[in-house]
Design a protein around this ligand. Structure first.
Ligand code: TK8
Length: 338
Protein backbone atom coordinates (compact mmCIF):
# COMPACT_ATOMS: atom_id res chain seq x y z
CA UNK A 1 0.00 0.00 0.00
CA UNK A 2 2.65 2.39 1.14
CA UNK A 3 4.98 1.46 -1.75
CA UNK A 4 2.21 1.96 -4.28
CA UNK A 5 1.45 5.39 -2.91
CA UNK A 6 5.09 6.41 -3.04
CA UNK A 7 5.46 5.21 -6.61
CA UNK A 8 2.32 7.00 -7.58
CA UNK A 9 3.54 10.24 -5.97
CA UNK A 10 6.86 9.87 -7.75
CA UNK A 11 5.11 9.38 -11.07
CA UNK A 12 3.03 12.50 -10.53
CA UNK A 13 6.13 14.45 -9.62
CA UNK A 14 7.95 13.16 -12.69
CA UNK A 15 5.11 14.14 -15.02
CA UNK A 16 4.88 17.57 -13.40
CA UNK A 17 8.57 18.23 -13.81
CA UNK A 18 8.60 17.04 -17.43
CA UNK A 19 5.70 19.32 -18.24
CA UNK A 20 7.47 22.24 -16.61
CA UNK A 21 10.59 21.32 -18.56
CA UNK A 22 8.69 21.20 -21.85
CA UNK A 23 7.01 24.51 -21.18
CA UNK A 24 10.43 26.02 -20.58
CA UNK A 25 11.93 24.69 -23.75
CA UNK A 26 9.09 26.12 -25.79
CA UNK A 27 8.89 29.45 -24.04
CA UNK A 28 12.53 30.44 -24.09
CA UNK A 29 14.59 30.79 -27.23
CA UNK A 30 18.37 31.03 -27.05
CA UNK A 31 19.05 34.76 -26.80
CA UNK A 32 21.97 37.03 -26.00
CA UNK A 33 21.09 40.22 -24.16
CA UNK A 34 23.66 43.01 -24.27
CA UNK A 35 23.01 45.02 -21.09
CA UNK A 36 25.09 48.21 -21.09
CA UNK A 37 25.82 50.65 -18.29
CA UNK A 38 28.04 53.68 -17.73
CA UNK A 39 29.74 53.03 -14.41
CA UNK A 40 32.67 50.69 -13.78
CA UNK A 41 32.06 46.98 -13.22
CA UNK A 42 32.83 47.33 -9.52
CA UNK A 43 29.97 49.70 -8.74
CA UNK A 44 26.41 49.49 -7.46
CA UNK A 45 25.30 49.58 -11.11
CA UNK A 46 27.58 46.70 -12.10
CA UNK A 47 26.62 44.55 -9.12
CA UNK A 48 22.91 44.93 -9.85
CA UNK A 49 23.27 44.24 -13.58
CA UNK A 50 25.13 41.02 -12.77
CA UNK A 51 22.46 40.05 -10.24
CA UNK A 52 19.81 40.63 -12.93
CA UNK A 53 21.83 38.51 -15.38
CA UNK A 54 21.96 35.60 -12.94
CA UNK A 55 18.22 35.76 -12.29
CA UNK A 56 17.40 35.73 -16.00
CA UNK A 57 19.74 32.85 -16.75
CA UNK A 58 18.32 30.84 -13.85
CA UNK A 59 14.70 31.48 -14.83
CA UNK A 60 15.28 30.48 -18.46
CA UNK A 61 17.42 27.43 -17.76
CA UNK A 62 20.39 29.22 -19.31
CA UNK A 63 18.60 29.97 -22.59
CA UNK A 64 18.74 33.74 -22.19
CA UNK A 65 22.25 34.98 -21.54
CA UNK A 66 22.72 38.50 -20.24
CA UNK A 67 26.08 40.13 -20.96
CA UNK A 68 26.83 42.87 -18.41
CA UNK A 69 28.83 45.49 -20.31
CA UNK A 70 29.98 48.38 -18.15
CA UNK A 71 32.33 51.36 -18.34
CA UNK A 72 30.28 52.92 -21.13
CA UNK A 73 32.01 50.41 -23.46
CA UNK A 74 28.83 50.39 -25.54
CA UNK A 75 28.65 54.19 -25.44
CA UNK A 76 27.40 57.01 -23.26
CA UNK A 77 23.84 56.92 -21.92
CA UNK A 78 22.47 58.80 -24.94
CA UNK A 79 24.42 56.67 -27.43
CA UNK A 80 23.10 53.50 -25.82
CA UNK A 81 19.55 54.88 -25.93
CA UNK A 82 19.90 55.34 -29.68
CA UNK A 83 21.21 51.76 -30.00
CA UNK A 84 18.17 50.49 -28.09
CA UNK A 85 15.82 52.47 -30.29
CA UNK A 86 17.50 51.13 -33.42
CA UNK A 87 17.53 47.56 -32.09
CA UNK A 88 21.34 47.26 -32.07
CA UNK A 89 21.44 46.75 -28.29
CA UNK A 90 18.89 45.01 -26.07
CA UNK A 91 19.12 46.63 -22.62
CA UNK A 92 20.73 49.38 -20.58
CA UNK A 93 20.52 51.21 -17.30
CA UNK A 94 21.25 54.90 -17.06
CA UNK A 95 20.11 58.17 -15.64
CA UNK A 96 16.55 59.32 -16.29
CA UNK A 97 18.15 62.75 -16.76
CA UNK A 98 19.68 61.70 -20.07
CA UNK A 99 16.22 60.72 -21.39
CA UNK A 100 14.73 64.19 -21.07
CA UNK A 101 15.55 65.00 -24.71
CA UNK A 102 13.28 62.11 -25.75
CA UNK A 103 10.66 62.23 -23.02
CA UNK A 104 10.41 65.75 -21.54
CA UNK A 105 8.33 64.43 -18.60
CA UNK A 106 11.44 62.59 -17.30
CA UNK A 107 12.72 66.03 -16.28
CA UNK A 108 10.35 66.03 -13.33
CA UNK A 109 12.75 63.72 -11.43
CA UNK A 110 15.50 66.34 -11.72
CA UNK A 111 13.50 68.93 -9.77
CA UNK A 112 15.81 70.09 -6.96
CA UNK A 113 14.71 68.81 -3.54
CA UNK A 114 11.68 66.99 -5.02
CA UNK A 115 12.16 64.02 -2.68
CA UNK A 116 13.37 64.44 0.88
CA UNK A 117 13.87 60.74 1.59
CA UNK A 118 14.51 57.50 -0.26
CA UNK A 119 11.17 56.24 1.02
CA UNK A 120 9.35 59.07 -0.76
CA UNK A 121 11.28 58.36 -3.93
CA UNK A 122 10.45 54.62 -3.83
CA UNK A 123 6.76 55.30 -3.24
CA UNK A 124 6.38 57.79 -6.07
CA UNK A 125 8.67 56.10 -8.61
CA UNK A 126 7.13 52.64 -8.05
CA UNK A 127 3.62 54.09 -7.96
CA UNK A 128 1.21 55.40 -10.56
CA UNK A 129 3.15 58.61 -11.28
CA UNK A 130 6.44 56.80 -11.86
CA UNK A 131 4.63 54.37 -14.16
CA UNK A 132 3.00 57.15 -16.17
CA UNK A 133 6.31 58.83 -16.95
CA UNK A 134 8.01 55.48 -17.66
CA UNK A 135 5.23 54.49 -20.08
CA UNK A 136 6.04 57.54 -22.27
CA UNK A 137 9.20 55.75 -23.38
CA UNK A 138 7.30 53.24 -25.53
CA UNK A 139 6.34 55.77 -28.16
CA UNK A 140 10.08 56.57 -28.44
CA UNK A 141 11.18 52.97 -29.01
CA UNK A 142 12.08 51.88 -25.49
CA UNK A 143 10.34 49.93 -22.74
CA UNK A 144 11.04 51.06 -19.16
CA UNK A 145 11.09 48.19 -16.67
CA UNK A 146 11.98 49.64 -13.27
CA UNK A 147 13.66 52.57 -11.58
CA UNK A 148 16.83 51.93 -9.63
CA UNK A 149 18.48 54.26 -7.16
CA UNK A 150 21.33 56.45 -8.30
CA UNK A 151 20.83 58.51 -5.16
CA UNK A 152 21.03 61.93 -3.57
CA UNK A 153 23.57 64.06 -5.38
CA UNK A 154 26.38 65.98 -3.75
CA UNK A 155 28.85 68.49 -5.03
CA UNK A 156 32.59 67.98 -5.52
CA UNK A 157 35.23 70.29 -6.98
CA UNK A 158 38.94 70.88 -7.14
CA UNK A 159 38.94 74.64 -6.47
CA UNK A 160 37.78 75.33 -2.96
CA UNK A 161 35.41 74.22 -0.20
CA UNK A 162 31.92 75.42 -1.09
CA UNK A 163 30.41 76.85 2.08
CA UNK A 164 28.07 79.35 0.46
CA UNK A 165 26.38 79.76 -2.91
CA UNK A 166 28.83 82.48 -3.99
CA UNK A 167 31.71 80.00 -3.79
CA UNK A 168 30.34 78.50 -7.01
CA UNK A 169 30.64 81.70 -9.01
CA UNK A 170 33.72 80.86 -11.07
CA UNK A 171 33.44 77.08 -10.80
CA UNK A 172 33.15 75.24 -14.10
CA UNK A 173 30.74 72.52 -13.16
CA UNK A 174 29.88 69.50 -15.25
CA UNK A 175 26.14 68.82 -15.29
CA UNK A 176 24.01 66.11 -16.88
CA UNK A 177 22.78 66.96 -20.34
CA UNK A 178 19.41 68.58 -19.84
CA UNK A 179 17.93 72.00 -19.19
CA UNK A 180 16.77 71.32 -15.66
CA UNK A 181 20.36 70.67 -14.56
CA UNK A 182 21.72 73.53 -16.64
CA UNK A 183 19.15 75.98 -15.27
CA UNK A 184 19.61 74.76 -11.70
CA UNK A 185 23.35 75.31 -11.62
CA UNK A 186 23.17 78.54 -13.55
CA UNK A 187 20.69 79.73 -10.91
CA UNK A 188 23.35 78.94 -8.31
CA UNK A 189 25.85 81.04 -10.25
CA UNK A 190 28.11 78.20 -11.46
CA UNK A 191 29.49 77.97 -14.97
CA UNK A 192 27.46 74.87 -15.88
CA UNK A 193 28.88 72.67 -18.65
CA UNK A 194 26.82 69.72 -19.96
CA UNK A 195 28.96 66.62 -20.60
CA UNK A 196 28.31 62.88 -20.90
CA UNK A 197 29.32 60.92 -17.81
CA UNK A 198 31.71 58.82 -19.88
CA UNK A 199 33.88 61.92 -20.44
CA UNK A 200 33.73 63.17 -16.90
CA UNK A 201 36.79 61.62 -15.24
CA UNK A 202 39.12 62.89 -17.95
CA UNK A 203 37.50 66.33 -17.89
CA UNK A 204 38.09 66.54 -14.13
CA UNK A 205 41.62 65.18 -14.41
CA UNK A 206 42.65 67.64 -17.11
CA UNK A 207 40.77 70.44 -15.30
CA UNK A 208 38.62 71.06 -18.34
CA UNK A 209 35.99 71.32 -15.61
CA UNK A 210 36.47 72.03 -11.90
CA UNK A 211 33.65 70.06 -10.42
CA UNK A 212 30.67 67.76 -10.75
CA UNK A 213 27.80 66.42 -8.70
CA UNK A 214 26.88 62.77 -8.12
CA UNK A 215 25.97 60.45 -5.25
CA UNK A 216 28.75 59.39 -2.84
CA UNK A 217 28.68 55.89 -4.34
CA UNK A 218 29.72 57.18 -7.76
CA UNK A 219 32.39 59.54 -6.40
CA UNK A 220 33.84 56.43 -4.81
CA UNK A 221 33.42 53.83 -7.58
CA UNK A 222 34.53 56.22 -10.34
CA UNK A 223 37.51 57.31 -8.22
CA UNK A 224 36.63 60.99 -8.51
CA UNK A 225 38.40 61.42 -5.16
CA UNK A 226 41.66 61.13 -7.09
CA UNK A 227 40.91 64.35 -8.97
CA UNK A 228 38.52 66.21 -6.63
CA UNK A 229 39.60 67.60 -3.27
CA UNK A 230 36.41 69.13 -1.89
CA UNK A 231 33.03 67.58 -1.25
CA UNK A 232 30.05 69.61 -0.11
CA UNK A 233 27.08 67.77 1.34
CA UNK A 234 24.18 69.31 -0.58
CA UNK A 235 21.78 66.43 -1.30
CA UNK A 236 20.30 68.86 -3.84
CA UNK A 237 18.40 66.27 -5.83
CA UNK A 238 17.55 62.57 -5.80
CA UNK A 239 18.51 60.89 -9.09
CA UNK A 240 16.84 57.72 -10.30
CA UNK A 241 18.33 55.31 -12.80
CA UNK A 242 15.98 53.50 -15.14
CA UNK A 243 16.33 50.04 -16.69
CA UNK A 244 15.21 50.10 -20.31
CA UNK A 245 14.76 47.57 -23.11
CA UNK A 246 14.82 48.05 -26.87
CA UNK A 247 11.17 48.02 -27.96
CA UNK A 248 12.13 46.48 -31.31
CA UNK A 249 13.63 43.54 -29.45
CA UNK A 250 10.96 43.41 -26.72
CA UNK A 251 8.23 43.03 -29.33
CA UNK A 252 9.86 39.79 -30.53
CA UNK A 253 9.75 38.16 -27.08
CA UNK A 254 7.20 35.60 -25.92
CA UNK A 255 4.98 36.54 -22.95
CA UNK A 256 6.99 34.11 -20.80
CA UNK A 257 10.25 35.81 -21.76
CA UNK A 258 8.83 39.25 -21.02
CA UNK A 259 7.67 38.03 -17.63
CA UNK A 260 11.13 36.67 -16.80
CA UNK A 261 12.71 40.03 -17.60
CA UNK A 262 10.08 41.99 -15.68
CA UNK A 263 10.34 39.75 -12.60
CA UNK A 264 14.14 39.81 -12.64
CA UNK A 265 14.05 43.60 -13.02
CA UNK A 266 11.93 43.94 -9.88
CA UNK A 267 14.29 41.65 -7.95
CA UNK A 268 17.30 43.59 -9.20
CA UNK A 269 15.63 46.85 -8.17
CA UNK A 270 15.15 45.69 -4.59
CA UNK A 271 18.70 44.34 -4.48
CA UNK A 272 20.17 47.48 -6.03
CA UNK A 273 18.44 49.90 -3.69
CA UNK A 274 19.56 48.00 -0.62
CA UNK A 275 23.11 47.63 -1.89
CA UNK A 276 23.28 51.33 -2.84
CA UNK A 277 21.97 52.46 0.54
CA UNK A 278 24.39 50.27 2.45
CA UNK A 279 27.30 51.53 0.37
CA UNK A 280 26.19 55.19 0.63
CA UNK A 281 26.01 54.91 4.42
CA UNK A 282 29.72 54.06 4.55
CA UNK A 283 30.94 55.97 1.50
CA UNK A 284 31.46 59.37 3.09
CA UNK A 285 33.86 57.92 5.64
CA UNK A 286 35.66 56.10 2.80
CA UNK A 287 35.96 59.32 0.81
CA UNK A 288 37.40 61.16 3.81
CA UNK A 289 39.88 58.33 4.28
CA UNK A 290 40.88 58.78 0.63
CA UNK A 291 41.74 62.38 1.44
CA UNK A 292 38.66 64.34 0.44
CA UNK A 293 37.83 67.39 2.49
CA UNK A 294 34.13 67.24 3.33
CA UNK A 295 31.94 70.06 4.55
CA UNK A 296 28.27 70.51 5.30
CA UNK A 297 26.36 73.71 4.64
CA UNK A 298 25.15 75.91 7.48
CA UNK A 299 21.34 75.81 7.75
CA UNK A 300 21.06 79.43 6.55
CA UNK A 301 23.07 78.53 3.43
CA UNK A 302 20.88 75.53 2.74
CA UNK A 303 17.88 77.85 2.81
CA UNK A 304 19.56 80.32 0.43
CA UNK A 305 20.44 77.51 -1.95
CA UNK A 306 16.89 76.17 -1.88
CA UNK A 307 15.47 79.63 -2.50
CA UNK A 308 17.66 80.13 -5.56
CA UNK A 309 16.81 76.69 -6.88
CA UNK A 310 13.04 77.13 -6.59
CA UNK A 311 13.38 79.78 -9.30
CA UNK A 312 13.75 76.95 -11.83
CA UNK A 313 10.47 75.27 -10.87
CA UNK A 314 8.32 77.34 -13.21
CA UNK A 315 10.45 76.26 -16.17
CA UNK A 316 10.35 72.62 -15.13
CA UNK A 317 6.55 72.74 -14.88
CA UNK A 318 6.43 74.24 -18.36
CA UNK A 319 8.66 71.59 -19.92
CA UNK A 320 7.12 68.54 -18.20
CA UNK A 321 3.57 69.90 -18.49
CA UNK A 322 1.50 71.35 -15.67
CA UNK A 323 -0.45 68.13 -15.05
CA UNK A 324 2.71 66.02 -14.61
CA UNK A 325 4.10 68.71 -12.31
CA UNK A 326 0.90 68.83 -10.22
CA UNK A 327 0.33 65.07 -10.09
CA UNK A 328 3.90 64.20 -9.11
CA UNK A 329 4.07 66.94 -6.49
CA UNK A 330 0.74 65.77 -5.03
CA UNK A 331 2.06 62.18 -4.92
CA UNK A 332 5.19 63.40 -3.12
CA UNK A 333 3.09 65.26 -0.53
CA UNK A 334 1.00 62.15 0.00
CA UNK A 335 4.10 59.96 0.41
CA UNK A 336 5.57 62.50 2.83
CA UNK A 337 2.46 62.52 4.98
CA UNK A 338 2.21 58.72 5.07
C1 TK8 B 1 26.12 56.84 -15.66
C2 TK8 B 1 25.34 58.15 -15.42
C3 TK8 B 1 25.54 58.67 -14.00
C4 TK8 B 1 24.82 60.00 -13.77
C5 TK8 B 1 25.60 61.13 -14.39
O1 TK8 B 1 26.06 56.48 -17.00
O2 TK8 B 1 25.62 61.25 -15.62
O3 TK8 B 1 26.19 61.93 -13.65
O4 TK8 B 1 24.67 60.25 -12.39
O5 TK8 B 1 25.07 57.71 -13.10
O6 TK8 B 1 23.98 57.91 -15.68
Amino acid sequence: MRIKFTLCALAVAAVASTTAGLAQAQDFKPRIVRFGFGLVDDSNQGRAVRMFAKEVEKATGGKMKVRAIGNASLGSDTQMQQALIGGAQEMMVGSTATLVGLVPEMGIWDTPFLFSSAKEADTVLDGAEGDKVKAKLEAKGMVGLVYWENGFRNLTNSKRPVTKVEDLNDVKLRVMQNNVFLDSFKALGANAVPLPFSELFTALETRAVDGQENPYNTVLSSKFYEVQKYLTVTNHVYSPWIVTVSKKWWDQLTPAEKKVLQDAAVKSRDFERQDTREEAAKALADLKAKGMQVNELAPAEVTRMRDKLTSVNANIAKSVGQSTWDDVNAAVQKARAA
